[in-house]
Design a binder for this molecule. Structure first.
Ligand code: PGA
Length: 251
């Protein structure tokens, strides 16, 4: 049942991060010592920092994840990183199908499904991202687009333990715009119904995150919408002081 789902607050650093920035997860881990939260917490830095951040947050409940993976376990794929490599570096999650990957790297639903399958193969939890563009929303296609993406992006073998869905309206990512609580509730309830068809009895137990300009000032409201089980946070995950403000929505 949705209310028994343990929420997840995940930070997506995107192409940001440096040795100097390790102070942020270190600070977050220190802040977490005094905060009792009911959610899981995840930081997804660029893969080059996975191991370093894993070390920095050691002993805290903060988990580390990747932002993308290749579908293959190894091979001649210059510049790519496999799910197995992320797992080896200490990751327990990986984001797949983020709209920036779908746009910048022309990733199809089938590609995203193959990547999610690779994550499962490596023992990682796949965070499968979906979301409509502004044009699609204006055209009244939002729910149909989400259905299509879910149908194509969730591989066989997906269950509540190895899969998280992230609904991120493309027009709300990095723009400061957020969907209204009603829009979020509508989309998330639609996703819940769809994944219950696709994943059977696992659907009602699977976490559905909202992403798109989540910040401390709107987190409580957004996280309170129907069928929202956490957040995928970009910009506001880069500073520990902001990220903890979102995590505190689940105190
Ligand atoms: P944002 O990014 O919080 O900066 O809007 C969210 C995301 O892309 O995951």
């Amino acid at each position: 049942m949705p209310q028994t789902i343990k929420p997840l607050v995940a930070g997506n650093w995107k192409m940001n991060g440096s040795t100097a920035m390790l102070k942020e997860p270190r600070l977050l881990a220190a802040m977490m010592r005094d905060v009792k939260t009911k959610c899981d917490i995840l930081v997804c830095p660029p893969a080059i920092l996975t191991r370093r951040i894993k070390g920095v947050v050691k002993g805290s409940k903060i988990k580390v994840g990747g932002q993308d993976c290749h579908a293959a376990a190894s091979g001649a794929h210059t510049g790519d990183i496999s799910a197995e490599m992320l797992q080896d570096a200490g990751a327990t999650y990986v984001i797949v199908g983020h709209s920036e990957r779908r746009t910048n790297h022309k990733e199809s639903d089938a590609t995203v499904a193959a990547k999610a399958k690779a994550a499962h193969r490596a023992g990682l939890i796949a965070i499968i991202c979906i979301g409509e563009t502004l044009e699609q929303r204006k055209g009244g296609q939002t729910l149909a687009v989400l259905s299509e993406q879910l149908k194509g992006s969730i591989p066989e073998g997906s269950n509540a333990a190895n899969t998280v869905i992230a609904y991120e309206p493309v027009w709300a990512i990095g723009t400061g715009l957020t969907a209204s609580t009603a829009e979020v509730a509508e989309a998330h309830t639609h996703v819940r119904n769809d994944i219950s068809k696709i994943m059977g009895e696992e659907g009602p137990k699977t976490r559905i995150l909202y992403g798109g300009s989540v910040k401390p000032s709107n987190a409580v409201e957004l996280m309170g919408a129907a069928n929202v089980n956490g957040a995928l946070v970009g910009g506001a995950s880069l500073k520990a002081a902001d990220f903890i403000g979102i995590i505190k929505a689940y105190m």
